[in-house]
Design a protein around this ligand. Structure first.
Ligand code: ADP
Length: 468
């Protein structure tokens, strides 16, 4: 059996700020039927410690970046966990990456370097009588693990995979922390982990890993361009033969469609209107569930909103993030057909996805995107920009797509507020044709959005590496 150690800074359902958590939480279960065992190493944040129940120590350090630490082995229903219990690094209230002032915790480099060191030691020497064949690192928070493994344990046989969930987050660390982090000075070169005079944690993972994956084929291609590579396109072009894109899936055990289309949609829609104080309307109820950042293109939606409202549509948005965007949407909610809920709310997000007619994802770039997949599953028509995983998962309602009866959503290109406005007007026109609309909904719900195919692709990658 191929054994994998997955290293992630978040993992649903224990701790989540975005799609990384969904993937880290779902992948082990998707791999199990294929005969692969994945154990997940996570930081011991308070919510993780509270969620794991009975646990036993399988690895210890007397001094891990300023305090004692141990790794606890524990199980939840779906996960086989290794939890880095280091109270001086992780036992703090609030958001996992940000302090109460809304800025990164100043010791984030040490916090995640600690996770990486523990990962490297376990990958090399084993713990709990178990040693993985593969070390799978997610995002910059796990990016130093490949360096520690190869630098400190050059004979360790484990193969290394580094996954990019979003290249916008690179984990840059001032160079004066080099020795404190225990990194090899020889790595501080442009061919190593140096990034314009700083230490680049994600770059380290990309250079030291045996294979690099990202979360959709289109994003894998986009990452090679200066426009999307965010300074790492050159590194990735140099390692292009090691890079592949594997789409994220939806955890169907967690997201099974809770209704039959005709009756269920209406019931959930009524709940949304009651919960968010929206009037009845004949046009489509569009929903958004999103972090509110530049990436997600919600400023474009603000500009395009009149095209939706003038055509009888409505908007219900759940999100949180940038203060200026939050304020602008609160203002937009002055219109009776716009409802905005600021914050993070798992239950409301599910209600919106289930009851909306359409789900809007107008991202400027989107490595994979999960909410359009949740939309497909529930017959909630996705309106997406033509980028990254959005381009890979939605079949557009072009005249040909409609004629062939395969369309599942609308694609917006170029990524501008004008094009988005035109797409929203078109959405309203399609919604007014019940036959066409129902056909799109049925197509959407038939789309395979589970993990099956992607789990096979990861399994093939792991097997190839462990047999190399
Ligand atoms: P990203 O990881 O860039 O935020 P994804 O679409 O890959 O984008 O994943 C976002 C995940 O977070 C989805 O599961 C989505 O439902 C969830 N999510 C985002 N914002 C909220 C919110 N305000 N409340 C509840 N869930 C949210």
């Amino acid at each position: 059996m191929t054994e994998i150690l997955s290293v992630a800074s978040e993992c649903a359902p224990l701790v989540k700020t975005g799609g990384l958590a969904d993937v880290a939480g779902a992948l082990p279960g998707a791999l199990r039927p294929l005969g692969l065992r994945m154990r997940t190493l996570l930081p011991g944040y308070p919510q993780v410690m509270a969620g794991i129940g009975k646990a036993r120590a399988v690895w210890r350090s007397d001094a891990l970046f300023g305090g004692p630490a141990c790794v606890l082995a524990a199980r939840t229903d779906a996960l086989d966990l290794l939890v880095l219990d280091a109270p001086h690094l992780f036992d703090r209230p609030g958001q996992i990456y940000l302090g109460p002032d809304g800025r990164d915790w100043p010791d984030n480099p040490e916090r995640f370097a600690a996770l990486c060191l523990a990962a490297a030691e376990i990958a090399a020497r084993g713990a709990d009588g178990w040693r993985p064949d593969i070390l799978h690192c997610h995002d910059w928070q796990a990016g130093l693990a490949p360096v520690y493994l190869r630098d400190r344990f050059p004979d360790a046989p484990a193969g290394i995979v580094q996954t990019i969930h979003n290249v916008a987050f690179q984990g840059l660390v001032p160079v004066d922390r080099l020795d404190a982090l225990g990194l090899p000075r020889s790595g501080m070169t442009p061919e190593g982990f140096e990034y314009w005079g700083q230490i680049g944690a994600l770059k380290a993972g990309l250079v030291w890993a045996d294979r690099i994956t990202t979360v959709s084929p289109t994003y894998a291609a986009e990452l090679l361009t200066p426009e999307f590579g965010m300074g790492l396109d050159g590194v990735l072009r140099a390692r292009q033969d090691r890079l592949s894109g594997i789409l994220n899936g939806v955890d169907l055990a967690d997201w099974a469609p809770p209704f039959r289309l005709a009756s269920g949609k209406a019931r959930h829609k009524a709940r949304i209107r009651a919960e968010m104080d929206l009037p009845e309307a004949t046009g489509p109820l569009c929903v958004v569930v999103s972090r509110m950042t530049e990436q997600k293109g919600l400023d474009l939606l603000l500009e395009a909103l009149p095209a939706l409202l003038e055509n009888g549509g409505q908007l219900a948005l759940l999100g949180s993030g940038a203060a200026d965007l939050e304020l602008a949407f609160e203002r937009a909610a002055g219109d009776p057909n716009v409802a905005v809920r600021l914050g993070y709310d798992e239950a409301l997000s599910r209600m919106l996805v289930a009851g909306g007619d359409a789900i809007l994802v107008p991202s400027r770039f989107e490595p994979c995107g999960l909410t359009q997949l949740y939309g497909l599953l529930h017959g909630t028509i996705p309106v997406v920009t033509l980028t990254g995983g959005l381009a890979d998962t939605v079949i557009p309602a072009t005249p040909a797509g409609l004629r062939a009866g395969v369309a599942t959503g609308l694609q917006v290109f170029p990524i501008t507020s004008d094009a988005l406005g035109r797409a929203l007007a078109r959405l309203c026109a399609l919604h007014a044709q019940p036959e066409v609309w129902r056909r799109m909904q049925r197509n959407a719900m038939r789309q395979p959005v589970g993990w099956d195919r992607s789990a096979e692709e990861y399994a093939a990658l792991y097997r190839e590496l462990s047999e190399a």
